[in-house]
Design a binder for this molecule. Structure first.
Ligand code: CP3
Length: 346
């Protein structure tokens, strides 16, 4: 199943002609072409419409020249068929967050082909479109912990009080919820591979809000189970945890062929903590894309030199922000390819 894509080669720590690059949230509001599509429909309608998801997934490929496509969707769409009403206004809101064991027991385990057919259809459409562009497709899911955080908090949270209260005060409830969500995530990711996803990224945006001991106890076993269950030859798994600088060795222990690296740690240090045999992905501060282009170029070179010769996928340390100038993003892609190549020609 070895292919010629430099993104997949880098994920497998094989030699590449230059460093591959893609960006989290690369299909998004910083692109006028995205805003044009989005102005006609709500965000959820967009997520439910394969033709629109396909169109905006392809935008960064055609406009920016990145080396991988990421399925356009949202980590929260699988929570709807589990039985919770989701709204975006613009940040996500669940009206009735999970509070009791009865709430958790009422949640359904999803059947991806029936419950989120639009995601599977988008993947199939994208694979057809991507052949001529010679770019591989990344599928994704939220990690169980990040999904559960939204289900318990009812949205984005400042200090995750409800979640932590449940974790420590009602551990049985917390664990039964994590078990059910873990099962759904496994089914969802397996269905994405079946439909044609060529790599998978697991987003654990909020994994870094816990102490190392709590991450080990309350998060790692579930992420590890997901990664083991979805492992498919030729389909690398990227394990991204936000704010992971204090728990890098544990994130690596949870698994993944590639470890996503936040910008708050030097990528050489992250690689040392991750250990041998895994690639790293990252780690430019997304706000650095607002800096003057020569400054971006300098930071790109530093990251590429620090990351080492093989097993590096260039990315941001988190999602691109809507205020980012498009010409700066184009300059970033050019910069990564130029420094990535000259770094290799000895
Ligand atoms: O990366 C990509 O281009 C693929 C698409 C994608 C989106 N969300 C589109 C989106 C992916 C992979 C995600 C993942 C996601 N969604 C995460 C994990 C990654 C991360 O950023 O940490 C999380 C936590 C969510 C939940 C979510 N979705 C929030 C908190 C918000 C609102 C905040 C915001 O940025 O507006 C969203 C909305 C969302 N998801 C938008 C996009 C393009 C903006 C929606 C719009 O057009 O109004």
């Amino acid at each position: 199943m070895t292919t010629d894509y430099r993104f997949l080669k880098a994920c497998n720590s094989e030699p590449v002609d230059t460093t591959p690059v893609w960006m989290m949230r690369q299909a998004g509001r910083f692109l006028p072409e995205y805003r044009a599509v989005r102005s006609k429909v709500s965000f959820l309608e967009m997520c439910h419409t394969p033709a629109l998801c396909t169109e905006v997934t392809l935008q960064p490929i055609d406009i920016l020249g990145v080396d991988a496509a990421i399925l356009f969707s949202d980590i929260l769409v699988i929570i709807e068929p589990m039985g919770m009403k989701l709204d975006f206004n613009p940040s996500p809101v669940f009206e009735d967050p999970i509070k009791t064991q009865a709430d958790a027991d009422a949640l359904r385990v999803i059947k991806p082909e029936e419950d989120v057919p639009y995601v599977m259809e988008t993947i199939k459409m994208l694979r057809r479109e991507l052949v001529s562009r010679n770019v591989p497709l990344i599928g994704f899911s939220g990690a169980p912990f990040t999904l559960v955080s939204y289900m318990v908090e009812g949205g984005t949270s400042k200090n995750f009080m409800k979640l932590k209260n449940m974790m420590w005060g009602a551990p049985q409830l917390y664990r039964s919820l994590m078990e059910k969500v873990t099962e759904c995530v496994i089914l969802y990711l397996k269905a994405q591979v079946e439909a044609g996803a060529q790599a998978l990224q697991i987003f654990d945006t909020w994994g870094g809000i816990l102490s190392p001991a709590d991450y080990l106890n309350y998060v790692l076993p579930y992420t590890m189970r997901v990664i083991k269950a979805v492992q498919t030859p030729g389909v690398p798994v990227i394990n991204f945890v936000g704010n992971s600088q204090g728990i890098m060795p544990l994130v690596a222990q949870a698994g993944g062929d590639v470890i996503g690296v936040d910008w708050r740690i030097d990528i050489a240090e992250a690689r040392r903590q991750v250990g041998k045999g895994k690639a790293v992905q990252g780690n430019l501060d997304p706000l650095a894309l607002l800096a003057p282009i020569p400054e971006i170029d300098k930071k790109v070179k530093e990251i590429i030199v620090a990351a080492g010769d093989t097993g590096h996928v260039f990315n941001l340390g988190h999602g691109i922000v809507p205020e980012t100038p498009v010409d700066h993003v184009k300059a970033l892609v050019e910069s990564v390819h130029r420094h990535g190549e000259s770094h290799r020609v000895k």
